[in-house]
Ligand binder design. Structure first.
Ligand SMILES: Nc1nc2c(ncn2[C@@H]2O[C@H](COP(=O)(O)OP(=O)(O)OP(=O)(O)O)[C@@H](O)[C@H]2O)c(=O)[nH]1
Ligand SMILES: [Mg+2]
Length: 454
């Protein structure tokens, strides 16, 4: 991707709708607009950031569409280049015809994410903010939308910049004394370097620990329902979904394959996975289903160990419990509308919840417990920075590790070169987040995940 051409792309998704928007960015944007656009009432020149009604005509004078158009003079635009937006009728053929018109004039069709790439290259956004634009567009829940918005607003960037500034200062001081090996680093300089390293390390560690929660809010959590046959797993899945998705019968062994459905629980995107009842089966299909269920166990963010609360527990329940040992799990005692006989807490040490999929009893409490387990009280309280991207998490972890090593060199003035090396290393990892130290390949990888026109 270069930043020189003038580029064009539909900013609205393909398909039919009331209006479609076509965006042009680059130095030729305004002249391109005026080639085919005649405002109805306005006198030229058009005023920046003002919307005009008019007709688009092709070179032979035929009307292509009746549109509203705006041109926005740099730098107050999304890309910080001159930008034109044309609002046309929202039909695929209309959009195609307008794109053809401008492409035949030499305006290039933009690559996915190329407008945001330009915004990044022109310094309007740093890399973490640009990535958040994509997260905002793909946000599936209100909480992931809010997280993406705060990141676009620069919540993470501000922390990264302050870490970077502090460590750069420490590096300058360190490097200054490397050149004078015969002299000892002044105590006050050493104290300043130490303070920077420790301070950034502790703040960065706190931010890295937010990733578990951030990942769940942005990507969603997977919750696996396991238990012996007929305990009510599929009924619970249906009750949590609010629809009859899985087949429920009184015959043990009804569910034979994994069944995965998305739902929002207390604002958290969740994938609920129903499984075949675990037991010693001789049925080949069921055996495969059980194998798949057991394989999924360790990947789940939360396991719901389902037992029939209206019956005495047996060794099969215990077998399933053993399978879940050491996993993040809740015990779910089902069929609470029938007499409850199981004493959950004495059976296992998972938090226990009684529910009835038939009457809905206990489901709200279970939803709240799931939410609190997955994200704590983040949704109601936190204002702090939250990591949502694996890439940012890894980079910050590397930064913290490197600062840990830097700390060990602080006490020894003969290790100034090693200290400087670790400071540079930690700055490199911070730069991976802000975009200061990224490679072309990484940028391609990030921006190619965007949609066309963004
Ligand atoms: N009274 C009552 N019956 C329930 C409840 N939940 C499930 N059942 C009944 O229990 C039986 C088994 O329910 P399923 O949801 O199919 O159980 P499952 O664990 O998915 O069973 P498999 O797929 O065979 O492993 C059905 O007859 C359901 O109607 C409940 O909350 N109350
Ligand atoms: Mg089932």
């Amino acid at each position: 991707m270069n930043t020189v051409d003038t580029i064009i792309a539909p900013a609205t998704p393909p398909g039919e709708g009331g209006v479609a928007i076509i965006r042009i960015s680059g130095t030729d944007a305004l002249s391109a607009l005026l080639c085919y656009f005649k405002p109805t009432a306005a006198v030229l020149p058009l005023v920046s950031h003002q919307l005009y009604h008019g007709l688009l005509r092709d070179p032979s004078g035929c009307v292509v569409d009746e549109v509203m158009a705006v041109h926005m003079v740099a730098p107050h635009t999304y890309t910080r280049d001159d930008v034109v937006e044309i609002q046309c009728h929202g039909g695929q053929q209309v959009v195609r015809a307008i794109l053809n018109l401008y492409q035949s004039q030499g305006i290039r069709l933009a690559e996915p994410g190329e407008f945001t790439y330009r915004a990044y290259m022109n310094g309007r956004l740093d890399l973490s903010q640009a990535e958040a634009v994509s997260s905002l567009i793909h946000a599936k829940t209100d909480s992931s939308r809010k997280l993406a918005l705060t990141q676009i607003d620069g919540s993470l960037s501000r922390e990264i910049y302050s870490f970077t500034a502090s460590l750069k200062k420490a590096l300058v001081l360190t490097e200054a004394w490397i050149d004078f090996p015969e002299e000892n680093l002044p105590v006050e300089d050493l104290a300043l370097i130490a303070r920077s390293v420790t301070d950034v390390k502790s703040k960065a560690s706190i931010i890295t620990s937010s990733y578990d929660c951030g990942r769940v809010l942005s990507e969603g959590a997977s919750i696996l329902l396991v238990g012996q046959p007929n305990v009510g797993k599929s009924s619970l899945l249906n009750a949590l979904l609010g629809e009859d998705r899985a087949i429920v019968t009184a015959v043990p062994g009804t569910t034979r394959d994994l069944l995965e459905e998305g739902v929002t629980i207390e604002g958290i995107p969740v994938r609920l996975v129903d499984t075949a009842g675990l037991h010693d089966s001789s049925d080949v299909v069921e055996v495969e289903g059980i194998r798949r269920a057991e394989k999924k166990l360790s990947q789940a963010d939360l396991v719901l160990l389902v037992v029939d609360g209206s019956k005495d527990l047996d060794e099969l329940d215990d077998y399933v419990y053993q399978q879940c040992a050491n996993l993040p799990a809740f015990l779910i005692l089902t069929k609470a509308d029938i007499t409850t006989v199981v004493d959950g807490p004495s059976f296992c040490d998972f938090p226990a919840y009684q529910v009835s999929s038939k009457t809905g009893e206990g489901l709200d409490q279970l939803r709240r417990a799931i939410s609190s387990f997955l994200v704590g009280d983040y949704l109601s309280s936190s204002e702090s920075v939250m990591l949502t991207e694996r890439r940012h998490h890894e980079a910050l972890l590397f930064c913290v590790e490197s600062l840990g090593r830097a700390e060990s060199f602080l006490d020894d003035s003969s290790s100034l070169e090693l200290l400087a090396l670790e400071l540079r290393e930690s700055l490199y990892h911070l730069g991976q987040i802000s975009g200061e130290t990224t490679t072309e390949a990484l940028l391609d990888d990030i921006f190619s995940g965007f949609c066309i026109g963004k």
